[in-house]
Design a protein around this ligand. Sequence first.
Ligand code: PEP
Ligand code: CO
Length: 459
Amino acid sequence: MKKWKINSWKNYPVKHIPEYPDKKELDKVLEKLKSFPPLVFAGETRHLKEQLANVVDGKAFLLQGGDCAESFAEFHPDNIRDTFKVILQMSLVLTYSASLPVVKLGRIAGQFSKPRSEPTETKDGAELLSYLGDNINGIEFNERSRVPDPKRLFKAYSQAASTLNLIRAFSHGGFADLKMVHTWNLGFIKKSPQAKKFKELEDLIADALAFMDACGINSDFNRRLKTVNFWTSHEALLLPFEESMTRVDSTTGEFHDTSAHFVWIGDRTRQLDGGHVEFCKGIENPIGIKCGPTSKPDEIVKICNVINTKNEKGKITLISRFGHDNVGKFLPKLIRAIKKEGLNVVWSCDPMHGNTIKSATGFKTRPFNNVVKEVKNVFSVHQSEGSFAGGLHIEMTGQNVTECTGGAQKISDQDLSHRYHTHCDPRLNASQALELAFLISDEIKKNSQYSKNIAQAAS
Ligand code: PEP
Ligand code: CO
């Protein structure tokens, strides 16, 4: 095996990384980024890996969610707060039903670059480079905006830094205190059936807290009742940027990509002999691998082996995204291949990317029913294979958008145009996300694998 270096990915073919017309400018920007403070600290990344190791052992559940693509235009504290609130609400629903801690991982604070199905986009006879994410080019359909501009990386870094700063403040500054659970509900879903169910949960929690308080156990006594760990993640797509954020941890001498706690390799860039896999071989972060219908089980096994040479628990999360009607065809084979090799992985389910369709009204959308079906099918396959359905990976927002059809609000094809704000793929809105959490909690209650784990944990 050739020796890994921070830039050895450049010796391998890479897909979905743009050509910058001004290479000198790009080098200057990257050089500057190398001198910027890391966004996360290596010790935090190690802590997340330990939490993910618990997911491998069936002792915790992973919830990963956020934007498909963060944008400069939607950068606002309210949006960050509302995404954070929905993830807290979903986590609470899941923790309560599964009696398991939930590892909270945002697709946030750096989720900008996008692999696109088509390299160019044509409108009214004009053909331009596709939009590749706000850290690369602009979404406006004009020649100037679509040229990859290295300076956008500074803006993306700064947005990621202040997003992370606010998240850290929310996580540790009292907002996430269980006593504050009634403030997590979002105005626009207050009248929905999910809000009613959540209110019931709030009341149960308030009773439990009052009881614990009477026993002398409260948030002054135990900080864990008033703080949460909230981790960040994005697709490690734009390798020049990821390289510039990769630093040696002075305490261990190991390399960490300090742009986020967790990074993943997308379904379109997970070639065994490609630059993205090469880059991820050398960094200590936990790594996600998206597995779609074109993934071959033996190839995924090889990727796991080269990235996780020590078969460390918590290092690899396999994120299946086959599409609701394809789960039975692909997932069992993948599970068996991983099991046969004795590999430690977190099994997470992305019910979004295999269920994207074009609506009759011309919008890219995802029917909520199909999202739910994929989750249910994944749970049932893991149940019959004896593996642990340990995670959920979703594109969602705390805003009242109309991007995915269906759900309790019964969003129709016609409704999609009302509040379709995404810069890339359609996201679940807060109401749909919470509804999904309740449906998963029902699955968890049915699933014997969970009952077994809970029983083991109690014994
Ligand atoms: C994504 O997660 O936004 C994405 C592009 O997913 P995938 O690589 O699974 O297509
Ligand atoms: Co997406």
